[in-house]
Design a protein. Structure first.
Length: 161
């Protein structure tokens, strides 16, 4: 079974590499945007690639795939651990609960006050999207800080023992 999963993941990895290379090739060598794809108000001397949407959709797809793989791996690992050792399985659930708590705290810290952006008439300058963006930024900052602290304390603990 392990050999089969290795083979499948091996081929999936190379298929994803091929897709990424194709889309990057289209983005960089696909020419300039024409017609409705050209953004108005942008300096005409600036390059506007024709395949920007393809690159963005690829990134959305890869992000969704990463989130899905992470959630499924967590559920399978938690289910297997729950069957073998329920105590350790519940301890592993602590990390997930802490992540949810950090997301909730970061959401509460976020500001929903609309930004003053000269020349922007879009629909995304609303409290929900502003708080969501702040939540992701604060979560990154908090997790980065916790990672640095864990590295420092881990190395200090290793030196002392």
């Amino acid at each position: 079974m392990a050999k089969l999963t290795y083979k499948v993941s091996y081929y999936v990895l190379y298929v994803l590499f091929a897709i990424i290379l194709i889309v990057l090739g289209l983005f960089f060598f696909g020419g300039d945007a024409q017609g409705d794809a050209v953004l108005m108000g942008v300096d005409p001397a600036m390059w506007q690639p024709a395949q920007t949407d393809s690159l963005l959709y690829l990134m959305y797809g890869l992000f969704g795939l990463a989130v899905l793989a992470t959630v499924l791996a967590f559920l399978f690992q938690f289910g297997a651990a729950l069957k073998d050792n329920p105590g350790n399985a519940l301890k592993s659930l602590l990390g997930f609960v802490l992540l949810i708590a950090i997301l909730v705290i970061a959401w509460a810290m976020g500001s929903g006050e609309p930004l003053v952006i000269p020349g922007y008439d879009g629909t995304d300058n609303v409290p929900f999207w502003l708080k969501l963006t702040d939540m992701f930024l604060y979560t990154i900052y908090i997790l980065l800080g916790l990672t640095i602290l864990a590295m420092l304390f881990g190395s200090i603990k290793k030196r002392l023992s």
